[in-house]
Design a protein around this ligand. Sequence first.
Ligand SMILES: *[C@@H]1O[C@H](CO)[C@@H](O)[C@H](O)[C@H]1NC(C)=O
Ligand SMILES: *[C@@H]1O[C@H](CO)[C@@H](O)[C@H](O)[C@H]1NC(C)=O
Ligand SMILES: *[C@@H]1O[C@H](CO)[C@@H](O)[C@H](O)[C@H]1NC(C)=O
Length: 334
Amino acid sequence: MHHQWLLWPKFITLTLTRMSMVVLSCLKQHLLFLVLRFLFSSPTGKALPDSRLIQPLVYMERLELIRNVCRDEALKNLSHTPVSKFVLDRIFVCDKHKILFCQTPKVGNTQWKKVLIVLNGAFPSIEEIPENVVHDHEKNGLPRLSSFSDAEIQKRLKTYFKFFIVRDPFERLISAFKDKFVHNPRFEPWYRHEIAPGIIRKYRRNRTETRGIQFEDFVRYLGDPNHRWLDLQFGDHIIHWVTYVELCAPCEIMYSVIGHHETLEDDAPYILKEAGIDHLVSYPTIPPGITVYNRTKVEHYFLGISKRDIRRLYARFEGDFKLFGYQKPDFLLN
Ligand SMILES: *[C@@H]1O[C@H](CO)[C@@H](O)[C@H](O)[C@H]1NC(C)=O
Ligand SMILES: *[C@@H]1O[C@H](CO)[C@@H](O)[C@H](O)[C@H]1NC(C)=O
Ligand SMILES: *[C@@H]1O[C@H](CO)[C@@H](O)[C@H](O)[C@H]1NC(C)=O
């Protein structure tokens, strides 16, 4: 009896001490962020004129989020991918400045490639690179990581500055659809004449509909758990619509910075600075407004597409949404 009365308070004190230690260590992290936020913001709560001051925090948080999502067992299939030849083909190498750039179409990749081609020295300035050479990696002096030996690949992955750019996953798909199947300014007839008919044959719901490929057909193809069957026939053209996970393996490769298309005005100069090349090149001017997420446009494209098909599409791209901090589009799913 006597003993028990003595033991209880001790047990409680110990438990409380342990709990408070955990709470304190959490608080410490949050306080650090709060203090940094406070230091870098003006008394009115608005960001200082030079908004670049708060950036290191934003980029740290992005990398932290990726690390956390990569550890989530329930998302393993959607966040992990082997560092295959397909991935190594997506990564371009600037040896002179020790930079690796993973190509993710529809977020201004041509501009980044031009910047790196100039840095590698094949052309003296961005304006002097002929359009037909930008994507010709035999001639533009911007090799793919896959063209190196295993040891050379590992060395570069370990020591180089590595980055890529992402944007809202659904807006990206809309952009790819428009660019490849509707307008196709680059004249790539195989999208409309080979790929589109392949998708329509397998995924068109309304068999009496004779129009060319519709966004709905595209959504049903991408959301099909057996999409790989068609992917294999389309070859590398699928880079325009496979997940960022499949393109760049963000859980396997420790990237240095992830840029967001939506904040490119800040992110582009930050990447140049972190890569140590801001004194050598600048990112071309970004037309105002083009990088802003447009919910009206997204709603417009998904109008009339069944919830089931949209949910299947989300199920495929959930890894990209979670890894890069894009909000789940509940307005489309529910
Ligand atoms: C993950 O993918 C593997 C192989 O494709 C499959 O066998 C497994 O069931 C998947 N796991 C989940 C949780 O989806
Ligand atoms: C199928 O497509 C045809 C041709 O565009 C259209 O007239 C018809 O209403 C469509 N049917 C359904 C169920 O949407
Ligand atoms: C958003 O998209 C809609 C429909 O495509 C377009 O009419 C509108 O101008 C866009 N808004 C902005 C701010 O770009």
